[in-house]
Design a protein around this ligand. Structure first.
Ligand code: LLP
Length: 387
């Protein structure tokens, strides 16, 4: 068990610098994923003994090597689209369907039908599917996503609870849902909530568990409580690791209070964020009206998080890792939009020059999978390290 509190672990990429510099000489930009780090995070969560089942939210990073590594660590998977299900079963053809959750948002009838045919756990988050497609759910066990009334997370765009959010059934609508389930002959056996992404406060999950237990008691047929994902990671070098021992203790307490329910979690980011880096090459260094800009061959096309959420990612010049910080520079990409900024006021070395390799850290979650081909730029390449 990691010591609680204190700061972030030493990132793996410092030790792999030579290998990364060599890799960046071929295709760029390039995502590199470090499988030992994925396994280390998976084993950290495995120590949270009160949790009965862990599902990896593969939207964070569906790379086949990562899916295989997590399946080997005993994880199940959470999918949000038919394409994610197809991808998962193409990578892991013998995966047991009971290890898979389907938790879509406003998916069409056909995707529910597909998930049901695969016999995975299907989560509803409004009464609409039961009322309009009751035949799909007849004599089925279903999961129900509750909106506990609030959202949490690193940015308003990733908060998924409360009146403003499109997700989840509010507790007030539970009687109507129960009636529709009864009419459709569906049985509610899992209660689920996920209020957002990038949560560091361990008290959130016990709180949501208690809320869901209260509703489970009204339903009477529930056997598992899924408290969602959302576990945060440190993006800043002086940030703190998620406090696994405190999380384990909190989960043990709630499990002791209500042992009759199986306790499920579905983290995404925590397992993969720190395992991934984005490598890019410096294209130009330009001083304009007193502002230095360092251009990279990767921008908001390769990593959307800074443009979309003002997300902060550590950026270093891997070619000059030991040089002192230089004048503050804006790190920009090659996209024709002013939002194409990966970092503001970054002290990269003054000698930074065309051809240097920049490393953008903690990019393994919601990185490549959200990349796009805007300006018709090619997608980054992906590479896996298992050393
Ligand atoms: N379960 C459900 C139902 C979810 O919607 C999500 C993420 C997760 C689990 C996993 O959440 P995580 O453990 O990774 O926080 N693109 C954003 C994050 C969006 C998260 C969407 N839902 C970002 O880059 O910050």
């Amino acid at each position: 068990i990691e010591p609680s509190g204190g700061s972030r672990r030493e990132p793996w990429w410092r030790k792999q610098r030579a290998r990364l510099l060599a890799a960046a000489q071929t295709d760029s930009p390039r995502y590199v994923y470090h499988l030992p780090t994925v396994r280390e995070r998976a084993r950290g969560l495995a120590e949270v003994g009160a949790v009965d089942r862990r599902f990896y939210a593969l939207k964070a990073n569906p790379h086949p090597a990562i899916l295989r590594a997590l399946a080997d660590e005993g994880f199940g998977f959470e999918c949000v689209s038919q394409a994610e299900l197809e991808h998962l079963f193409s990578v892991l053809p013998t995966l047991d369907a009971t290890r898979v959750l389907f938790t879509p948002s406003f998916a069409p009838r056909s995707e529910f039908a597909d998930a049901i045919a695969r016999d995975v756990w299907v989560t509803l988050d409004s009464v609409y599917p039961l009322q309009h497609w009751p035949e799909l759910f007849a004599n089925r066990q279903i999961a129900l996503r509750i909106d506990p009334g609030y959202g949490l997370g690193h940015h308003e765009k990733v908060r998924t609870g409360g009146k403003e959010a499109k997700f989840g059934l509010p507790a007030e609508a539970l009687p109507e849902f129960i009636a529709a389930a009864r009419a459709a002959k569906a049985r509610i056996v899992v209660l689920h909530a996920h209020v957002g992404s990038g949560i560091q406060d361990v008290s959130h999950w016990p709180q949501v568990y208690a809320q869901l237990v209260n509703l489970a008691e009204q339903i009477g047929t529930v056997s598992a409580i899924d408290v969602g994902g959302g576990i945060g990671v440190p993006y800043k070098p002086d940030g703190e690791d998620f406090d696994i021992p405190a999380f384990a203790a909190a989960m043990a307490d709630i499990k002791a209070a209500w042992p009759q329910y199986a306790l499920w979690i579905e983290p995404g980011r925590y397992l993969v964020a720190e395992a991934g880096v984005l490598l890019a090459k410096v294209t130009q260094v330009v001083d304009k009206l007193g502002q230095r800009r360092i251009g990279l061959d990767a921008g908001m096309n390769a990593l959307m998080r800074p443009a979309l959420y003002n997300a902060w990612h550590e950026i270093v010049n891997l070619s000059r890792l030991d040089d002192a910080d230089g004048v503050p520079a804006e790190i920009v990409g090659p996209i024709c939009e002013s939002s194409d900024v990966l970092g503001k006021r970054r002290g990269l070395p003054d000698a930074t020059a065309e051809g240097d390799v920049a490393l953008i850290a903690t990019a393994g979650a919601y990185g490549f999978v959200m990349a796009n081909r805007y300006n018709l730029r090619a997608l980054p390449v992906e590479e896996v390290l298992d050393v």
